[in-house]
Ligand binder design. Sequence first.
Ligand code: PLP
Length: 380
Amino acid sequence: MGFQTDAIHAGQEPDPSTGAIMTPIYQTSTYVQESLGKHKGYEYSRTKNPTRSALEKNIAVLEKGKHGIAFASGLSAISALMGLLSQGDHVVCTSNVYGGTFRQFDKIYTRYGLEFSFVDTSDSDQIRAALRKNTKMIFVETPTNPMLTLTSLDEVAGIAKEHGLISVVDNTFMSPYFQNPLTHGIDIVIHSTTKYLNGHSDIVGGILVLSDKDLADKLYFLQNAVGAVPGPQDCFLVLRSTKTLALRMREHEKNANAVAAYLEKSPKVEKVYYPGLTGHPQHELAKKQMRGFGGMVSFELGTLERAKAFAESVRIFALAESLGGVESLVDHPAIMTHASVPIGERLKFGLTDGLIRLSVGIEDEEDLLQDIENALKAVK
Ligand SMILES: *Cc1c(COP(=O)(O)O)cnc(C)c1O
């Protein structure tokens, strides 16, 4: 089936009791059993819930995997992944990883005896150089936030296979519409469904998708044993949203392309980061492993004052954290989303005080460009 047919139908059957075309919100904690040990596959909603099952199946199909395992947030999905590891194990991780992921690894899991090396995974030599005897996992984000640097999925999958490691890709920025890491041989995909998959800025959620049965069994065990599961109403909302994922992603990308091209021409903008620009250092890799370039655009205005003037002068772009919703957002990473990254670290990958990140929404293109033009006038 094509992506849009799967998005609308995968995992969903008319409700057996009423014929309701939409999977109901099964707002229940427990299920009545017919007799001792005899039930319909559902015993307790931490373990399994029909609305959640429909969502898990739906996103698994969109990501070309066999198993979807949903969580209450992207970070709780990542935390479940850490449950695959044991004290003394080592993880190689993208240096410019999502701030909350870095904080979880650095502030929590190091206390449990896990070791992490944060390296520039866009350079596979750096991944190889970081491997140790106790390395068990490679955790990659591509493209990264907010620098939009890519890592080769084929190379990471190759290194992981060669050394018997679990490869994980955070695919939140591209969504399954533009990129499917499992088809490149990556073992596990993680999404913050809070972002593009839900796309309407009204829930927080996460999901893991994979095909390997043994790993999936371990993760289902962790999902139930740790218990950070999403509620049925949140699952319903994400399931409602994936139906329009393709339409939304196409609009996000069309607008982001226009915004990136506009910014590139402005004499006030020093540098634009967008994988769709032919000048992006990994434009060729982007064309090879992604089916589009997404809706995130970052750009450099040179100083904090100039970035502040821009961020406070836009009217349609709302000054807020998060991304991937239908509405456009503007973020100042150094002060907002990436404040927890030490300045020395962030300057290494170009996250300066003059950097602005846009989550380009699906409003009318002309209105967004006009808003940017007006805000740039305030940049002296
Ligand atoms: C938001 C985000 C996360 C964390 O997800 P939450 O749903 O906020 O817990 C992880 N990775 C990326 C790339 C994100 O953008």
